[in-house]
Design a protein around this ligand. Structure first.
Ligand code: SAH
Length: 252
């Protein structure tokens, strides 16, 4: 069985316990070298063969994994963050299905969680936003028309924008066109949880300039919304006057 494993956002100790065990036991590892921290490969088994998928095509990745699996070897496909967000593992799973090879997925900490930790922020504040939109701007990969930034921005919800750090002039303009006030708080989180992590707090209008002044062009998430501000309602869950499944209200 081939194991797809989420490597986490960067810090090598942010892989799951299960993922770390799968890595230690692997005979073959194919890792996404563009973003996975190579320190995760320090404790592999002697003789483990390691391939960097950043330099490979889908066909080459599949050839390596299928041959190793057929030879009875333990294969780990190591994706950055969690594979379910821009991981391109669906096409690998479909090809494995077609080849009659079984696989499992071990989740990882996505970079959008790493970014919230770096910001010490909660994306879902009562009365501010109860929705997190994970999206990207179109680059060479198109984005469906219904999901264009302006339409998503019109909700005023928390937005976490992947794969777009090199296009911030356009992103700012489109966020404002969509309905965010230019002074809406925004933050750029570069290499969340890595040693060289940078957190830059700014506004929607200030995104491009903030990135330029910190020389950030990639490996960053853009977060936007009132969750970065100071105003919110406290939670009902921990409100003394609120009864929940587990606790009676003390002074209703
Ligand atoms: N599957 C990954 C995302 C892969 S897409 C995940 O769950 O995080 C690659 C994009 O993710 C990058 O262009 C960047 O926008 C973002 N990214 C990945 N790791 C990051 C990190 N540590 N800090 C900030 N952004 C990161």
């Amino acid at each position: 069985m081939i194991q797809f494993v989420g490597a986490g956002p960067g810090a090598p100790d942010l892989i799951t316990v299960r993922g770390a065990k799968l890595l230690r036991d692997a005979d073959v590892i194919v890792y996404a070298g563009s973003l996975v921290n190579a320190a995760l490969l320090d404790d592999v088994k002697p003789g483990c063969r390691i391939y960097n998928s950043a330099k490979m095509t889908l066909e080459e990745v599949l050839d390596v994994m299928v041959a190793a699996e057929r030879a009875g070897e333990k294969v780990v496909r190591l994706h950055t963050g969690d594979p379910c967000v821009y991981g391109a593992h669906r096409e690998q799973m479909d090809a494995l299905d077609a080849a009659g090879i079984s696989y499992a997925v071990c989740p990882g900490v996505s970079s959008f969680c790493g970014a919230a930790a770096a910001l010490k922020a909660e994306y879902t504040l009562p009365d501010v936003s109860q929705t997190v939109i994970l999206t990207r701007m179109e680059g060479r990969t198109p984005v469906p028309e219904k999901e264009k930034i302006e339409l998503l921005a019109s909700h005023g919800a928390t937005m976490v924008i992947f794969l777009s750090a090199g296009m911030l002039d356009t992103l700012s303009t489109r966020l404002v066109t969509g309905g965010y006030a230019p002074e809406t708080p925004a933050a750029i989180v570069y290499k969340a949880t890595w040693e060289d992590e940078k957190v830059v707090r700014t506004t929607v209008a200030g995104l491009a300039e903030a990135a330029r002044s910190h020389q950030i062009t990639k490996t960053a998430l853009i977060t936007v919304g009132g969750f970065l501000g100071d105003a919110y309602e406290r939670s009902k869950l921990y409100d003394p006057s609120f009864t929940t499944e587990f606790r009676e209200a003390t002074h209703p």
